[in-house]
Ligand binder design. Structure first.
Ligand SMILES: [Zn+2]
Length: 316
């Protein structure tokens, strides 16, 4: 079976088009938030590049090369990072790229977490990227392309990853072995990001907090101050309340940005509040985060927080 992907229709159609037109580039960079599947897509892309019987722009999943990649044992698929990037490891990659592939006709180097590639390391790599050897392909992944030097970036095809839907995220989590109910529950919170969902999966406290922040956002959108107070009051530890505030701030920022995946809470807020009200709510939350050291009773904190949030959106 080829490397399994969820969502990624746009990214796959780009890869397919390049492959079918015989224009598969020597260097590609996938960017986007951590946890959304950049590594898996890099692996898929490597399979496509190395597959012996790729058809219609897709790896066959059956040939020896595809099998070896699936088993993590392809000698010509090289994860450049290893434990971490060092000057020596980068130099070794540059040297290695001049040797012929072991198995087939090409070698693929995958550079994950390119935030860790210093300017010096990128400059060392520049030569092999600028004058690529016919038998080498380079795939890079990082959160933001801003960490890549212009000289390197200009040699790469940049494919930013789009988010997935909640359903695709749930299918991905189920595929990775999560129970149906939990997969659906976590997808409602972490929608576009199965990586985040997996990280949170073992931390019931964090899931509860994230769910409460989503609910709180919805209560604010519905102007239900009493409902909001009930949610806030269910947290009795100061640090939990601050974590809730900070999580809600994140949701408000997403609602303001209005792009990419919007969780239920962010969607409700962006539908119900004006931009001015969202800003004002965000400022009230920030002010609350700043109050971290104030020594007020927890009960008072609940009431103050709730009233500050609702007055911030009044008349906006
Ligand atoms: Zn194959």
């Amino acid at each position: 079976m080829p490397v399994k992907l969820f969502g990624k229709k746009h990214e796959l159609s780009l890869l397919k088009a390049m492959f079918m037109n015989g224009r598969m580039p020597h260097g590609i960079i996938f960017t986007g938030e951590n946890g959304i599947g950049k590594r898996t897509l890099a692996l898929y892309c490597a399979s496509l590049m190395m597959c012996s019987f790729a058809e219609n722009g897709e790896p066959c999943g059956k040939c020896l090369s595809c099998k070896k990649i699936e088993d993590g044992q392809h000698p010509d698929l090289i994860y450049a990072r290893g434990d971490k990037y060092t000057k020596d490891s980068i130099r070794a990659i540059v040297r290695d790229s001049y040797y012929k592939p072991n198995d087939g006709s090409i070698k693929v180097y995958i550079f994950t977490d390119c935030e860790e590639l210093t300017d010096e390391y990128q400059n060392l790599l520049l030569k092999i990227i600028e004058e690529p050897n016919d038998s080498c392909r380079y795939i890079f992944t990082c959160e933001s392309p801003s960490v890549i030097l212009d000289t390197v970036m200009s040699r790469l095809i940049h494919i930013p990853l789009e988010g997935m839907t909640e359903e695709e995220c749930a299918s991905c989590l189920k595929y990775l072995g999560m129970e149906q109910d939990k997969a659906v529950r976590l997808s409602a919170i972490y929608g576009a990001n199965p990586g985040k969902a997996l990280k949170a999966a073992e931390d019931e406290q964090l899931i509860r907090l994230n769910e409460a922040a989503e609910d709180l956002a919805k209560r604010i959108a519905e102007n239900d101050e009493y409902g909001a107070l009930l949610i806030i009051s269910s947290f009795t530890e100061r640090k939990e309340i601050f974590a809730l505030v900070s999580q809600l701030y994140d949701i408000v920022c997403r609602a303001l940005a209005g792009s990419g995946y919007l969780s239920g809470g962010a969607k409700a807020l962006s539908g119900a509040l004006t931009v001015k009200a969202l800003y004002s709510l965000g400022e009230a939350l920030l002010a609350n985060i700043g109050k971290r050291k104030l020594n007020v009773s927890v009960k008072l904190m609940h009431c103050e927080l709730c009233s500050e949030l609702f007055s911030s959106i009044l008349n906006c």
